[in-house]
Write a protein that binds this ligand. Structure first.
Ligand SMILES: *Cc1c(COP(=O)(O)O)cnc(C)c1O
Length: 425
């Protein structure tokens, strides 16, 4: 897949006059095009719903767009529940897929009428203490099959090593207990592999979950109303990687549905998913300016963003493609490390990257930062979060989150001794 920025250098410079770099820029047209494609790819399933994983891009203006496609929200913390509530979601539009959950968050999820997806069997008595013995009519459980999860292109992930979900035995036990608590409609959820750039992942996962639901239905006589395929559908971060085809994925799930569920008389089940990355990653970029160049044992370009704005490269060694705006078609005849200002040598957006010659003042477009990008921001070295901007369909730019200020950063210190002084009061 070729990587092309959705703004020109001129546009980005114009935006930078009003909103200093670094900033996040999201592409509304791209988000909408993709959301519609997801909806269309699963339109064969009557109850289909995507629950956008709020943690990927927790911004209400982005979440609001999702509501236009009748999507809901996958939440796993109090602030994510409050964000979902703030944009007007409630009831079955909220999926609460949390783990190690504090009591007050279960209480809030229940108050909103959201669907609670239990990560563990011990959460049943925990929940009973919070909401009493009569549980909501619809509830879900998270499954962990253990072992390793493989697809035809090799080992993908290691569920046996992950903290999430229940064993099969616990799962069946949990369903039986939930039934005693008055639950009538059951859901089954699993998340087995992350960032899968393969059309096989959802269909393989779906087949496993369909078989399991069928068995639980037969053994326990319970009614499943949905299967939640969760997140994990990936995007090609590197140019040349082939993107997932959401229509092939939808069709692959449909084939398993018709093969396994329909003959079992379970053809009324809804398919849910909780994609975050696939919904947003390609439609958000971090735009930063080259402010230094340094020639020592390697060639460095210093930019005004750092890992505090985008942690994935430092945390996972993740690749994010970089385009030097205005030099889209220039030859990549230089080799640079593109680095931020943190006093941490892993603060590198690119290592030994072939790029066109970068001049001080150039704007760099760091691709595929729309999910798990801004959201992972932190304040190490006292570096502040950037603004988030939405490039609207009509070409205008809307500030959907202002940049953090020093005032914000200092505000939580002891008021009497320090905060007032630092804030100049
Ligand atoms: C993180 C997460 C998601 C979203 O994952 P993506 O890889 O961004 O699609 C969905 N569901 C749960 C429970 C998660 O923890």
């Amino acid at each position: 897949m070729e990587k092309r920025p959705y703004v020109t250098r001129e546009q980005a410079e114009e935006i930078a006059k009003q909103y200093p770099t670094p900033f996040y820029l999201y592409d509304e047209a791209g988000i909408r095009r993709n959301a519609q494609a997801v909806k269309d790819a699963f339109s064969w399933n009557k109850g289909f719903r995507e629950y956008f994983a709020v943690k990927a891009t927790p911004n209400p203006s982005i979440m609001k767009i999702m509501l236009d496609y009748d999507f809901g929200f996958d939440c796993s913390s109090m602030s994510e529940l409050l964000l979902a509530e703030a944009v007007g979601a409630k009831g079955e539009y909220i999926m609460f897929s949390s783990n190690e959950t504090p009591a007050e968050e279960y209480a809030k999820a229940a108050e909103l009428g959201g669907i609670i997806n239990l990560d563990d069997i011990t959460h049943i008595p925990f929940l009973e203490e919070i909401i009493g013995p009569a549980f909501p009519k619809t509830m879900s459980c998270r499954f962990n099959p253990g072992g390793v999860f493989t697809m035809s292109n090799g080992i993908m992930d290691n569920p046996g090593d992950s903290k999430y979900g229940m064993t099969k035995e616990q799962l069946f036990d949990a369903y039986a207990q939930l039934k005693d608590h008055g639950v009538e409609n059951f859901g089954l959820h699993a998340f087995l592999a992350s960032n899968t750039v393969s059309n096989e992942y959802y269909p393989i996962l779906a087949a496993q979950l369909f078989e399991l639901a069928k068995e639980a239905h037969e053994k326990l006589g319970i009614h499943f109303s949905f299967i939640n395929l969760s997140g994990g559908v990936g995007v090609p971060y590197r140019p040349g990687e082939e993107a997932n085809d959401i229509f092939a994925i939808g069709k692959g799930v449909q084939e398993q549905y018709e093969k396994i569920l329909v003959p079992a008389g379970m053809g009324d089940l809804a398919i849910y998913c909780e994609m975050g990355r696939y919904m947003l990653a390609p439609y958000g970029a971090l735009i930063t300016r080259a402010i230094h160049e340094k020639h020592i044992y390697k060639e460095y370009i210093g930019v005004d963003a750092c890992a505090a704005n985008l942690m994935r490269p430092a945390m996972y060694g993740a690749y994010h493609h970089i385009t030097v705006l205005g030099k889209e078609d220039a030859p990549c005849d230089q080799v640079y490390d593109v680095v931020g200002s943190l006093c941490e040598n892993n603060d590198k957006f690119a290592i030994d990257r072939k790029l066109p010659k970068i001049d001080k003042g150039d704007l760099l477009f760091i691709h595929d930062a729309g999910a798990h990008g801004f959201a992972m921001g932190y304040n190490y070295n006292g570096r502040l979060w950037s603004a988030e901007l939405l490039l609207c369909e009509d070409g205008s730019v809307k500030e959907i989150r202002r940049a953090q200020t020093l005032q914000d950063y200092f505000a939580t210190f002891d008021r009497t001794e320090y905060a007032d002084k630092l804030l100049g009061k």
